[in-house]
Design a binder for this molecule. Structure first.
Ligand code: PLP
Length: 353
């Protein structure tokens, strides 16, 4: 079976060896307060910073999921009010989850077919943090560099938090443009679910210290305290941290990975030009995701494609949220092999004409 699901997604082929190594080297039984674990944590962060070009003064911490990051941010980095900017289901969910903890949170929805107009935003003055999704996995849109740069410029006093769950490790992120970036590893990192990476600026740490929230096992300040020891606040997913370390040690620089992602994305766009029964959901290429392709067709066609693919041993991503019946999605993540993409193209050539 080949999967193009955009999360959980195809795992890196080397994961089998890494799991075996972890077992044989006793990694699965090490204590999370031991020097052996601290070394893995440290090496993992070093490789992440080197390969993803994370600024030296940013810190890297671990959580269990992107969903947990939503809660960590809400409880520890917002005192009263945040402002959520979203065009799809994941950004909206983040807003909904935050409202449960911080009822004063506000938000604005923008159209997925149009570029976010940063100049027209009216972020309320009391908002302490701006929450935005870099790559909206539900509809295949992404923010570009200029949007984030402008946001940073117009709102220099707010913390900016970015959900990069389905883009981190697939394309280059300009970490300087925001204060908190997070992703879970079952998307572009090509690992099994159950771990998230949080990349935070010195400003985020300062702000957390001001707020001084310390009531939870995953309070941001408690996480920082443990991170300084190369530890986590609870017994973490040691296997996944170990595998993340191995994957990152083995990965090329994100510059190279991004070039591959973009080349494959371009191949897909050209390919779908020649197919008349389905179309890319997002018309404007400037705001289209490079890591998740969303295709639109009639709901009968969508069902038929997914079903025929499944019988051929290929899993396509379903539509998400309100786009469930009229779209399907294709992950363009680094762990997918070129020959698998060729196979899917051949399948489409045969069944979509
Ligand atoms: C997958 C995804 C999430 C949720 O990730 P979990 O690890 O399941 O919490 C959040 N945001 C985006 C953009 C996603 O793609």
């Amino acid at each position: 079976m080949i999967t193009f699901y955009p999360g959980p997604s195809k795992v890196n082929n080397k994961v089998l060896n890494y799991m075996r190594d972890a077992f044989l080297d006793g990694v699965l039984s090490i204590n999370h307060r031991s020097p052996e674990f601290e070394q893995i944590y440290k090496d993992c962060v070093t490789s992440l910073k080197e390969k993803l070009l994370i600024p030296e003064d940013y810190v890297v911490m671990f959580a269990s999921s992107a969903t947990e990051c939503w809660e960590i941010i809400a409880q520890s980095l917002i005192e009263q009010e945040s402002y959520h900017i979203y065009n799809g289901a994941f950004g909206e969910k983040w807003y909904e989850y935050t409202k449960k903890l911080k009822p004063a949170a506000k938000g604005t929805h923008f159209d997925m077919q149009t570029e976010l107009d940063v100049d027209a935003l009216e972020v309320p003055h009391p908002a302490e943090l701006i929450a935005i999704t870099h790559n909206e996995t539900s509809n295949g849109t992404a923010l570009n560099y200029h949007t984030l740069a402008k946001l940073r410029k117009i709102y220099p006093n707010q913390l900016i938090a970015v959900d990069a769950t389905s883009s981190m490790a697939g394309v280059r992120l300009d970490f300087d443009l925001a204060d908190i970036w997070y992703a879970s590893v079952q998307k572009c990192f090509g690992l099994p679910a159950g771990l998230a990476v949080m990349v935070c600026s010195p400003r985020a740490l300062e702000r957390a210290a001001q707020i001084n929230e310390n009531r939870h096992y995953n309070s941001f300040l408690f996480m920082v305290e443990k991170m300084q020891l190369n530890q986590t606040t609870y017994t973490p997913n040691v296997l996944n941290i170990y595998m993340l370390m191995r994957v990152m040690e083995n990965a090329p620089s994100i510059v190279e990975t991004e070039a591959k992602t973009i080349a494959r994305y371009t191949d897909w766009v050209n390919f779908f030009r020649s197919i008349s029964s389905v179309e890319l959901l997002i018309e404007n290429e400037w705001i289209r995701s490079r890591t998740v392709l969303a295709l639109v067709a009639s709901s009968d066609k969508v069902n038929e494609i997914k079903e025929t693919a499944r019988r051929a041993g290929i899993v396509l991503g379903s539509g998400y949220g309100e786009l469930k019946s009229t779209t399907f999605r294709i992950a363009n993540f680094p762990a997918i092999k070129t020959k698998e993409i060729k196979l899917l193209m051949e399948f489409f050539n045969e069944h979509l004409r």
